[in-house]
Design a protein around this ligand. Sequence first.
Ligand code: GLU
Length: 301
Amino acid sequence: MPDSHDSSVEAHDGPVDGFVTRFAPSPSGLLHRGHAFSALTAHEAARVAGGRFLLRIEDIDAERCRPEFEAAILEDLAWLDLRWERPVRRQSDHLDDYQAALRRLRDMGLVYRCFRTRKEVLAEIARAPHGPESAPFRGEPLPPAEEAARLEGGEPYAWRLSLDAARARLGRAYELMAFLQIPPQGEDVDFEIVPAEPEAAGDVVLARKGIGVAYHLAVVVDDALQGVTQVIRGRDLFEATHIQVLLQKLLGLPTPSYRHHPLLLRPDGKRYAKRDTAETLRAIRESGVTAAELRRELGFS
Ligand code: GLU
């Protein structure tokens, strides 16, 4: 536990005015042990803070997401004894909200159409002078005549955020972007102001071909619309935070604080994944483990 002089203790120990957090799974498979840890972490933080816990279904990818997985998420979280507010926000019901945000970014000249295939993007990254690791994709709009011809030909395209345009728009504010990082519960470290460095992600896709929206944009719009004050999620999404903070700045949305919890790992040190079918909450439940036992195993009472 942190020392008593650590101010982070106060934030977790009593009601925090207006504390709102969320768990935001994608219904593209069954929840596993790692999801349970994440959901419990957020749920517990809301309980300790006397705040609100929301569940959000991130199902913009209609090809991968399925209603039966959404039903399983609700069933598994209820079995774990979590309580969340209703109605649950389902992203596929709110595509207009994401379109509106995309339109605003378009009106500000911050996004461009990208007709490249995934293969072409990878090839372009590989051609960059310092190799794939140090070269996130950066692009630019096509010359108007070429773009018009491709549109005419019905070629599919994604919308990418232009980091150059974003930097030009925000000026000095671009250099000053930062977010407040809350230490994971029980870690003896203080709050941290983390400078946001979206360059590492490159020109991210904000609207995927054939889907019209992409993860970063939907998350930023929803966190703001739902009044989320603290995003609690795994460390695997730390890099995503940098780009999401930039989007908040560009769209004039508030930046919540962020708590990135350590990932729950398998005994071999790897992350739990969909293929770990024995570790889905459903399989665990069917093996006779009780919710109370699993909660205790994961460090929750
Ligand atoms: N939907 C994302 C996932 O299942 C999580 C998004 C988030 O917490 O920001 O990995």
